[in-house]
Design a protein around this ligand. Structure first.
Ligand code: PMP
Length: 283
């Protein structure tokens, strides 16, 4: 497994970053995960644009533009011909410096890319749907930034797992359904597909965007906030992410959704998503 580390291609086991790296010490760092389908990076431009946006929002001067990043990504894929259906992990940190909260703008950022092995999503879950639990959203005010500061997400995800749930769903103090610990969430009510609008409270998921586009061609769609009660009373609920695609949620907390069956619109949106990613024009 050949990884890229700040200008060098190196065997993953030998790839190292400094203990003085700000990504390590402060979580001063951003990331992306891009799915590989048959050696092709799905939505690379969108992921790298989001990475560049995250960089700008944390005031990190990245000396790579979108084309530079894509070129490195393709080289990593080319050097690992034994892994053509995993994911590309990309992380950018502000770089290495003596420990100090404030930073210099001229630091050389650490840029790493390497392939994660294919972890085929258990496809029976797309047939059965999954359960989820809700949790208070304990995160900060800039959840639109894809930072590696994931402590609230990993603790919430762990708590969900320990309760026997597949995903944890963040609920704000004022009872609004925000997003999953690593997914966006949608409800369907009276034929209408509804999801939280994009703002600083959540990540603008690439899958969310695609699903919204597909939904708009076929259903009524509304990007608007909805409450925990509306979640419990939804006709259908589903979550979206790069790896989960469109995944039905059939139980939330102790409430059963759609008689514990994958809903019709959820199923259709997943089929449309599947077709969409079969088409190389959409890469
Ligand atoms: N929200 C959060 C907090 C996430 O970590 C993810 C997964 N990256 C998503 C939403 C879904 O994003 P995407 O569709 O781009 O994978």
């Amino acid at each position: 497994n050949i990884a890229y580390v700040s200008g060098e291609f190196i065997e993953l086991d030998d790839a190292k970053v400094s203990i003085q790296d700000r990504g390590f010490q402060f979580g001063d760092s951003i990331y992306e995960v891009i799915k590989l389908y048959d050696g092709k990076l799905f939505k690379a431009d969108e992921h790298f644009s989001r990475l560049l946006n995250s960089a700008e929002m944390i005031r990190l001067n990245l000396e790579y533009n979108l084309e530079d990043l894509k070129k490195i990504a393709l080289e990593v894929v080319d050097k690992n011909t034994d892994n053509q259906s995993g994911s590309l992990y990309i992380q950018v940190t502000r770089g290495i410096a003596p420990r100090n909260h404030s930073f210099d703008f001229d630091l050389k950022s650490t840029v790493i890319m390497y392939l994660l092995p294919a972890q085929p999503f258990p496809s029976e879950l797309w047939e059965s749907g999954v359960n989820a639990v809700t949790l208070p959203d304990t995160r900060w005010s800039y959840c639109n930034i894809k930072t590696t500061n994931l402590l609230p997400n990993i603790l919430a995800n762990q708590a969900a797992k320990e309760e026997g749930a597949f995903e944890g769903v963040f609920i704000s103090d004022d009872n609004i359904v925000i997003e999953g610990t690593s997914s966006n969430i949608f409800i369907v009510k009276d034929g209408r597909v509804i999801t939280h609008p994009i703002n600083k409270k959540l990540l603008s998921g690439i899958t969310r965007e695609i699903v919204l586009e597909l939904a708009e061609e076929n259903f009524d769609v509304e990007e608007k906030i909805f409450t925990l009660e509306e979640l419990y009373n939804a006709d259908e609920v589903f979550i979206t992410s790069t790896t989960k695609e469109v995944l039905a949620v059939v139980e939330i907390d102790d409430k059963v959704i759609n008689q514990a069956k994958v809903g019709k619109i959820t199923k259709e949106l997943h089929n449309l998503y599947r077709e969409y990613k079969q088409d190389l024009n959409n890469f």
